[in-house]
Design a protein around this ligand. Structure first.
Ligand code: ZN
Length: 126
């Protein structure tokens, strides 16, 4: 329920800001979008919203780890770390559900590309 509401809010343009605390993303909401997060922050829902936001933060972190590993030259230690990261990615993807996970994936791809000037998947510039 919260995951679906959060996915809908992100689709409508609400942004998550990790600058303050990467473990606790904050909503960035235009005044006109305020109603999209009102239900998520209502007292009865807020604890679940915070739990899902922690999973989102974990998912973003594991994706950034995978992107950095993809840009790495390779070798056995990269492969071992990639295997662990892929396990984490699949677990968090299941917990978030496909709709929310794909919203976080595209936001994190854009964030990574903007921060590093390189492709999230091959490390190239294109
Ligand atoms: Zn590429």
């Amino acid at each position: 329920m919260v995951a679906a509401q959060l996915a809908a809010a992100l689709r409508a343009g609400v942004r998550l800001d990790y600058a303050g605390d990467p473990q606790r993303p904050a909503f960035r909401v235009l005044p006109a979008q305020r109603s999209l997060v009102t239900a998520l922050l209502a007292p009865a829902t807020k604890p679940e919203t915070q739990r899902v936001l922690r999973l989102v933060a974990d998912y973003r972190a594991v994706l950034l780890r995978l992107f950095a590993l993809a840009a790495d030259a390779g070798g056995a230690s990269v492969e071992a770390r990639a295997r662990v990261a892929v396990q984490d990615e699949m677990r968090l993807h299941d917990e978030l559900g496909p709709a929310l996970a794909s919203m976080i994936l595209s936001a994190t791809e854009q964030e990574y590309a903007a921060a590093t000037d390189s492709c999230a998947y091959c490390g190239g510039q294109h």
